[in-house]
Design a protein around this ligand. Structure first.
Ligand code: NAP
Length: 294
């Protein structure tokens, strides 16, 4: 960020995503004052030790007061309480954004607490790892990834542009869409794959002991990739499934139908059907590599 987009930024939540943003701001916008908020003194001490915040507080209202930009980067289940706490202190003209993985629920939970004169730009930097906490973050996390903004009809375009510029400076490609559309797309691209990974790894943990130890021994043959996804933060993913229920259930329904069709093809020895599908899916992988999203 060669320009200083915001003078004072409050980061409510300083884990993987919050601390990665803090690092990027530190690197590219050193004039920005960063105030970090988390519940635990230990988290805040780590943020101070890492030098990614100018001030730290356990009180979201103290962090948000006087901030030009407030970024909520906690698990989704904390949003409503945080909104209630910070709503009264948000300054006129401030921009409120977030990084949550579901967007309709964010509008539902935060919307009622956004006062007139504060510009609400829900957002989702689609970048992450299976690690959590302030030490897991790194400034390059966002490079070449998509950031989806889901502004409300009344959100001024300048506020959307300012948030978009910040993420672009982090190396992201920014796109806007409706919260509803975001939730449908992410149900397919992120939430369903996680659900499948949790299921597969869950099935393995239910196996009898002898088989289980061999699954771990021979994990490189496919299982290992699922264990990485299934190692993602349990609280974050609980919240995602509870808050994107409809879109996830719809896509799980379709997935189940497709799985049943594959089951039939295997049962009836329909090799052509299997090969045709696997050829199509291989092409998808190639297009992801070409889009530099691999
Ligand atoms: P994380 O590493 O677990 O960090 C969460 C942070 O929020 C911690 O600093 C935690 O500190 C703090 N926190 C939790 N409850 C709080 C509360 N009530 N008030 C203030 N601070 C609180 O999580 P993350 O991976 O950064 O995820 C944060 C958000 O980003 C989630 O909404 C998630 O959906 C979204 N997201 C995640 C990814 C990913 O891959 N991880 C990708 C894109 C978007 P304390 O425990 O000390 O309070």
């Amino acid at each position: 960020m060669s320009e200083r987009l915001f003078d004072r930024v409050a980061l409510i939540g300083i884990g993987l995503i919050g601390s990665s943003l803090a690092r990027a701001l530190r690197r590219d916008s050193p004039g920005t004052t960063i105030v970090a908020c988390a519940r635990r003194a230990e988290t805040l001490a780590t943020a101070r030790r890492l030098g990614i915040a100018d001030a730290t507080t356990e009180d979201a209202a103290v962090a948000a007061e006087g901030a030009d930009l407030v970024v909520i980067a906690t698990p989704l289940s904390a949003y409503a309480e945080i909104g209630q706490r910070i709503g009264p202190v948000l300054k006129n003209g401030a921009v409120l954004t977030d990084v949550g993985s579901v967007k309709q629920a964010v509008v539902r939970d935060l919307g009622p607490y956004v006062p007139d004169g504060v510009h609400f730009v829900p957002g989702h930097p689609v970048a992450g790892t299976e690690h959590s906490g302030p030490e897991a973050g790194f400034a390059e996390l966002f490079r070449d990834r998509w950031c989806i903004l889901t502004p409300l009809p009344e959100t001024p375009s300048e506020a959307v542009a300012a948030v978009g510029r910040m993420w672009e400076c982090c190396g992201m490609r920014v796109v806007t869409m409706s919260a509803d559309h975001h939730d449908k797309v992410l149900a397919m691209t992120s939430h369903l794959p996680h659900l499948i990974a949790y299921t597969i790894v869950g099935t393995a943990t239910n196996l009898e002991e002898s088989l289980k130890s061999e699954v771990i021994e021979f994990s490189a043959s496919g299982f290992r990739d699922f264990t990485r996804i299934a190692a993602s933060d349990p609280v974050m993913w609980r919240d995602i499934f509870l808050n994107n229920r409809e879109a996830v259930l719809e896509i799980v329904q379709r997935f189940t139908e497709d799985l049943t069709a594959l089951q039939r093809a295997i049962r009836w020895g329909e090799g052509e059907k299997l090969q045709e599908l696997f050829t199509r899916t291989r092409a998808i992988r190639r297009s992801i590599i070409e889009a530099k999203q691999a």
